[in-house]
Write a new protein. Structure first.
Lengths: 385, 385
């Protein structure tokens, strides 16, 4: 087992009605709150009004309209408000896009230069305003982790950045907020969760038995509960398990003792950077093709283990078991209603080479589970067409 | 899934050589350190000298000799030093006993009355000095949780107390410190870890799927790695997984969304209170008898699930599967070298009734997975003879 640090200090308040803890969670950080949110969904479901009511004794500034694949333009706006109004605490109400944007705003509040610098070079992130979140989507795990992903559409860049201080001080996770999600967001969110798990699970064996079993537990939860949530959007148990899976999948718990760089996320980030597609859909399309591409003698036992422990496949031949597991993964995404080819979402082969080049340029693909070069990435993307 | 709060904020530094982080972890809290430890083992393995060397720039006071089943007398001593020397931070170097004693010292430092009050009534715990730990035993999970168990041999009481502020600020977990443990401590520590998991796992179903799968993952780790650690005391992978299992088994992770009071720990606490036996040994003896005692139509499916998911038992009949799982549990403890009857550890039936009475008196046994009264507890204890 590799050495590791585990310090997931976010104070999680999980369950029905936990939004009522909001004043208690915000108060230690100050009175001036920047409330960051996305589109109109929190106005429709009453959450916007509830937050304003609960924060009646605070001075609340607002930045709405943060978009999916959040843009650096939104970050700049938020940072300007933080500086001008001397904000004490940033409250993100939304999914991963809103939370990620809020994180970089909170860092940019203390940064004199251009906020995009903090995305390109995380070493420039210093002090960060305290962050509190109210989660409305089960997907990115941003509610309990140090990551943020920001897009710059002028330069076709979608890059991840991170800081220990990006971890929210507190997050309110009420599964009931997921009831009104469009089916595609439930499905794509689940694909995102599963991809986070795959990225950490499929790595060279380091004897981190517990992390691997935890990873399989979370995958089983996704596979069990996503179809239920799609059929019965207000099934509390399904929504609760998906929401908790999203948090646990990417708060560093299942990478404890493990190592290695990611693969599908870097590739998908290029798809989003060039085509602004839904992140989870891109991941679902890339994942099974990547799995098939890297299946070989060095990886087959791990894929067979995945098949046995997650999909309860009893086939003893390792290659057969591995292939059945990969097929099951692809079929699962398809059954959840996710378009499973790039052409279905309007992407052709014209930019494959430049996307492959950028994937290699911005990421340590040589440190991935199976090292990939530009040609490999292009081959995987072609298999996705 | 029940509502829950999850806030396990301890900064864990896990792995070989992590003790070198000690100055960095202690420094934010001040210069005056009370170093608390147990018997001579940390002098033998060089850890004592290493800590003193690393803390050369700090003012270090010492309290050694904290005993297994730590006594209130030790807590009083430590609290007196904290007050007299105006200690800034308590450093516990040892296993659960040392850490638990350190926690109550850290609270008693701010308490004007008799420290035992804080054990009997946790609501009297107010401010607590920051706590840092260096863990040398995989068992109690005290390195990342809010619990402390203290014994008062004058009154034959062994009671648990807890506070959110008992959670250590940081814990150094180096599996290599476990290499020199006597075999019985490895085995008894594993029985303690497994009992923590059972107490949380065997509860009424609340749809907390992830917590149950995580619990099974940790049980599998114990079952896989304890025999390896007993055969090869310096097998790093085995020690590392056992150490991480101990931390994750009782930092509230696997009780997220679940509820209900504990059973075997309350019963064992009476055995230790009257006979000062090794906690994990008492738990190993009680556990399978408790499982058999409560096996009935309302619980059989859960025990069968345990058999299938933890022991890979394929028997379809639920009662048969459940009984095979319980037998496997008992056999496992036996194979680890733990004496599996009370008589073997010098306990006869003379105090069974008073121990049963005290179990009921001090614990909410009516809120356990299966509610037990005094007669039930006495029956379970008699089955252990």
């Amino acid at each position: 087992m590799n050495n590791f640090r585990y310090h997931a200090y976010t104070d999680i308040r999980f369950g029905k009605g936990q939004v009522n803890c909001l004043p208690e969670l915000v108060a230690p950080h100050g009175k001036k709150v920047l409330m960051v949110y996305g589109g109109g969904s929190i106005r429709k479901n009453g959450l916007y009004d509830k937050v304003k009511e609960l924060l009646a004794d605070f001075e609340v500034f607002e930045l709405g309209g943060v978009e999916p694949n959040p843009k650096i333009t939104s970050v700049r706006e938020g940072a300007a408000i933080c500086k001008k109004e001397k904000i004490d605490v940033v409250l993100a109400v939304g999914g991963g896009s809103t939370i990620d944007a809020a994180k970089v705003m909170a860092a940019a509040a203390y940064y004199e230069g251009e906020p995009w610098d903090l995305v390109v070079d995380s070493s420039k992130i210093g002090k960060v305003l305290p962050i509190v979140t109210i989660l409305t989507l089960a997907a990115t795990g941003s509610e309990m982790n140090k990551n943020a992903v920001i897009s710059n559409m002028e330069t076709n860049e979608k890059l991840g950045t991170s800081s220990h201080y990006f971890k929210p001080q507190a997050s309110i996770c009420d599964p009931e907020y997921l009831y009104s999600l469009p089916a595609m967001q439930t499905a794509a969110g689940t694909a995102d969760i599963m991809s986070h798990i795959f990225e950490q699970y499929f790595q060279k064996d380091s004897g981190a038995f517990i992390s691997d079993r935890f990873a399989e537990s979370l995958l089983q939860a996704c596979i069990k509960y996503c179809p239920i949530a799609l059929k019965e959007p207000d099934n509390y148990e399904a929504r609760a398990n998906l929401m908790w899976a999203s948090t646990q999948a990417l708060n560093s718990l299942i990478s404890c003792g493990k190592g290695g760089a990611w693969t599908c996320h870097p590739i998908e980030h290029e798809l989003s950077a060039y085509y602004d597609i839904t992140h989870g859909v891109g991941l679902a399309i890339v994942t099974p093709r990547w799995m098939r591409y890297i299946l070989k003698d060095e990886t087959v036992e791990k894929f067979a283990e995945y098949g046995r422990n997650v999909w309860s496949i009893t086939e003893e031949d390792a290659y057969k078991c591995a292939n059945m597991a990969i097929d099951a993964t692809e079929q699962f995404f398809k059954d959840c209603g996710i378009p499973m080819t790039l052409r279905e979402i309007g992407i052709d082969e014209s930019k494959i080479d430049i996307m492959a080049e950028d994937t290699i340029k911005y990421n340590a693909m040589d440190k991935a589970y199976v090292a990939l070069d530009k040609e490999d990435v292009a081959n995987i993307l072609r298999a996705c067409l």
